[in-house]
Design a protein around this ligand. Structure first.
Ligand code: FAD
Ligand code: THG
Length: 813
């Protein structure tokens, strides 16, 4: 049995010890630098509010499991979870609208919740001044965790199964044999280990750096205050129950509240970000019992107190009695960090985890370690989700600070980062700026969403009858009617799309073909010049990504991928002699698509680009005019045309060449909003949004990319053993031309929630919004569904796929 050392006896480390030993891995040692269980880490004084509803399905599932697990824990001193319920109130129309969106997430992810009137809120929480609020969102299964008891109960259970707890044992270093961890070094010597899990809370980044890992987390101070006695609370609670009123969030003022018997605890995120420098913190507090507690900075709390007293008038006669600035981890995107070190086998991390998600993260980590993969999708938390650009100290600090500022803000699903922009620009950037591109950010890249230069064209099309949906304020953000015109023009004429940010790798070497055959589901061992659409599966058959694999030479492949996690997955499995190189940065790509694409490109090329000579899903190295390019006849927008790749140094010339040659055909540049709507019309999925590792290929509508007759590939055995999935990904088309959805909305049949939307786009071709939704497998084409979009109920109909061009006439001509 492998020996596991868990670093950290906070809520994460103890929960992990419990989950590992429950799976029979009982040779577990949990070490902590502090005493048990008030170790001095963040868990020691977390007030333990558990609000389960989260835009992320995975984070909500983590929280649901925490509630379920803590509820069932046994601790001699009392409850580990007190289900007082959760109440979030709105004091602005924007927040009230957003609580409707939140109610939608709750419904979609299976959390009980209801919107309440102001007086219903007051009945539930009599301290709230109902005149200040527009309404509230109540979740009866939310509540309070007693994190210290939960940690102790889980640790003791693990101990009873054979685990060892070692307080006052600081890990000073990680010991390895060059390839694998072999133990951890402490003042008392080395504790041998086959697996080491870093669950060291905000110490984690420092520890991981010793083994060459960058953990993008920032220890950040956050204010928590307890009031003196509040007369209105006297007699309501016992010392045992501590609380009976729902935990309360006043997100418009970055505040939360809980009861401590006859006092209130108030947490505030309304202050400036206070990142903590670990070098000085640990030097200053090394001898202290609670390094995670900094002195209270009263001046930061003063405005929060005024805001708190406005919502809760009972505070007006009270004051802060004890308070501190507590430290815990923030990450650039608010998600936890989970996974195994790629270059040092056996070194795992479970970091930046709230009490709320702790049991869920611990379970998924234990499954990952013991079974090889977590049972739910964890890609949002993956250790290798960060692009290089996102791993500099400056980037990590700025974006994590921003995440702190925005922790309770209303975040639009298409909202992009504003800090540290302009770091990754392709060779077309200057041209795009001249054309009035509206830039957003993705993967660190500046990406055009649409071009103002097309405004006149849009007006002309509208005058000629192109319908533009009437969008509400929310769905109109990060969207423009111009994108409808760009999409229409692509289907009628021709457009050029900047595909530079599409992640691509060069896979080379003697064993390259065998390697890709082994890693992916489709047959990629075809002739030089072939392109294959294929999937990466994990060992359970779940979809890790979808790729295009182009064979440029017998031992040279270009792989079109989705994220740094694909690079990670391929690199982990790469045999000696095969090289996987990310070539995204040094190259560029333009997609030229539309019925006139051949008219634009063929005159520039000495090779024959006719349909017969250059077939669909083929690739060719050639020249356009004098520019060396690799052309691929592939189209994510579902039109005739090519992805045209070149070295970045040729980019400016390539753009000008295509724009010039296309002028007589009316070529326009088009952006990502049009691109997204076209790919949804065509039935193409976007990995990470439409499908994840939680889904099997057939359920996601991707069975066609799996060759079960291929000798062997990762995930094949699991697919053979799999029973049919209960849900399938379907296209739905909205009845009302003005109806818009943005993703993650609950979908109901006959009034009962049966699924959720993944992605959506307004289709210029059919004049309606089309969305993907996970629905019960038995849902038939033609079935009527409803979608709850921020409280508005939109009707839609399940449509056969793809909605546009099922016969492939547009592409294969
Ligand atoms: P920790 O509890 O910090 O545990 C890490 C452990 O690792 C520590 O015990 C430390 O001593 C040990 N360690 C570190 N380095 C070493 C080493 N080299 N060798 C040995 N041991 C080591 N979350 C919620 O969900 N809801 C809330 O309402 C909430 N409110 C909060 C309020 C405050 C004021 C604070 C500070 C945090 C709050 N949090 C809340 C966040 C939550 O407390 C943390 O996210 C969570 O406790 C982190 O747990 P952990 O086990 O990862 O870390
Ligand atoms: N271009 C390239 N690589 C990529 C993408 C791309 N890799 C990542 C991502 N996008 C992959 N997604 C898709 C989805 C669908 C298609 C291509 C890439 C596609 N599908 C055809 C279909 O379903 O009809 C495939 C048909 C076939 O198997 O022959 O074209 O945009 N380079």
């Amino acid at each position: 049995m492998p020996h596991v050392v868990v670093i950290g006896a906070g809520i994460v480390g103890t929960s992990l010890a419990d989950e590992l030993t429950a799976r029979g891995w009982t040779d577990v040692t949990v070490v902590d630098r502090g005493p048990l269980f008030a170790t001095g880490g963040s868990t020691s004084h977390a007030p333990g509010l558990v609000f389960q509803t989260n835009p992320s399905k995975t984070m909500s599932a983590f929280a649901r499991y925490t509630v379920e697990k803590f509820t069932a824990l046994d601790h001699p001193e009392g409850w580990s979870f007190n289900p007082v319920g959760g109440l979030e109130v709105a004091t602005t129309p924007e927040r009230w609208a957003d609580l409707h969106r939140k109610a939608g997430w709750a419904q979609a992810w299976g959390i009980d919740g209801r919107l309440l009137t102001p007086s219903e809120c007051r009945r539930l929480h009599p301290l709230v001044d109902e005149r200040r609020i527009l309404g509230g969102f109540h979740t009866p299964t939310d509540g309070l965790a007693n994190a210290l008891r939960a940690a102790e109960a889980q640790a003791r259970r693990a101990e009873a199964r054979g685990a060892t707890l070692r307080p006052h044992t600081e890990v000073l270093g990680i010991v390895d044999d060059g390839a694998r961890v072999t133990g951890v070094r402490t003042a008392d010597g080395v504790i041998p280990a086959d697996i080491v899990v870093c669950a060291a809370g905000f110490w984690g980044a420092r520890l991981a750096r010793q083994v060459g890992l960058v953990l993008p987390l920032v220890p950040m101070a956050h204010q928590y205050a307890r009031t003196g006695q509040i007369p209105e609370l006297v007699g309501r609670n016992t010392a045992f129950s501590e609380a009976g009123l729902p935990i309360l969030r006043h997100q418009d003022r970055d505040l939360y509240f809980r009861e401590h018997v006859d006092r209130l605890g108030i947490g505030s995120y309304s202050h400036r970000p206070m990142p903590v420098d670990m070098t000085t913190l640990l030097a200053d507090t090394a001898d202290e019992a609670m390094p995670s507690m900094l002195p209270f900075t009263e001046e930061d709390f003063a405005p929060a107190w005024m805001d708190a007293a406005e919502l809760v008038p009972a505070l007006q006669d009270s004051k802060v009695e004890e308070a501190f600035n507590g430290i815990f981890s923030f990450t650039p995107d608010g998600f936890s960090i989970m996974g195994e070190h790629r270059d040092l086998a056996g070194f795992w991390v479970a970091e930046a985890v709230w009490v709320t998600h702790s049991a869920g993260v611990a379970r998924a980590t234990a499954e990952w370690i013991v079974d090889g993969a977590p049972s739910i999708d964890t890609h949002e938390c993956d250790l290798y989700r960060f692009e290089d650009v996102a791993r500099s100290p400056k980037f990590i600090l700025q974006t994590s600070s921003q995440a702190f500022v925005e922790v309770y803000d209303i975040i639009h699903p298409h909202q992009y980062r504003t800090a540290l922009r302009g770091l990754r620009t392709g060779p077309f950037h200057a041209r795009q700026k001249e054309l009035g591109a509206f830039f957003y950010e993705g993967g660190g890249w500046e990406r055009p969403a649409w071009y103002e230069s097309n405004a006149e064209l849009a007006q002309r099309l509208i005058d000629d009858g192109l319908a533009i949906p009437a969008r509400d304020d929310w769905s109109a953000r990060f969207w423009s009617p111009i994108s409808v015109a760009e999409a229409r023009w692509t289907r009628k004429h021709v457009a050029m799309y900047d595909m530079t940010p599409l992640t691509r790798y060069e896979v080379t070497g003697d064993g390259a073909c065998n390697f890709l055959q082994q890693m992916t589901t489709n047959d990629v061992d075809k002739s030089v010049g072939s392109v294959t659409y294929t999937l990466l599966l994990d060992h359970t058959g779940g979809i890790r990504s979808d790729l295009t694999v182009a064979r440029l030479a017998p031992d040279t492949f270009q792989v079109g991928a989705n994220s740094p996690m694909d690079f990670d997955w391929l690199s982990r499995h790469r045999p000696p002699g095969v090289t996987v190189r990310d070539v995204t940065g040094g190259t560029c790509c333009i997609g030229v698509w539309g019925p006139l694409a051949r008219d634009v490109v063929a005159p520039l090329c000495a090779d024959d680009l006719s349909h017969e000579a250059f077939r669909y899903f083929r690739t060719l190295r050639t020249y356009l005019d004098a520019i060396p390019v690799t052309m691929m006849r592939v189209s994510y927008v579902g039109e005739l045309g090519w992805e045209i790749y070149a070295g970045a140094e040729y980019g400016a010339a390539l753009w000008d060449l295509l724009a010039g040659a296309g002028a007589s055909c009316g070529i326009i540049p088009a952006g990502r909003v049009a691109f997204n709507s076209l790919r949804i019309e065509k039935g193409y999925r976007s990995w990470g949004t439409d499908m994840t590792a939680e889904h099997l290929p057939v359920a996601a509508g991707l069975g066609f990319a799996v060759r079960m007759d291929k000798p062997d590939f990762v995930g094949k055995a699991a697919l053979q053993a799999a029973s049919p999935s209960e849900s399938v990904l379907r296209s739905i088309v909205f009845d009302d031309p003005d109806a818009a959805v943005l993703g993650k909305e609950p979908v109901s049949v006959a009034g009962a929630c049966v699924g959720y939307v993944t992605s959506a786009g307004y289709s210029a071709t059919v004049g309606r919004t089309i969305a993907y939704a996970w629905l019960p497998a038995e849902t038939a084409v033609g079935a009527a569904v409803t979608v709850d979009y921020r409280g508005s109920i939109h009707r839609a109909t399940v449509h056969a796929e793809p909605v546009v061009d099922p016969a492939m006439i547009r592409i294969k001509r």
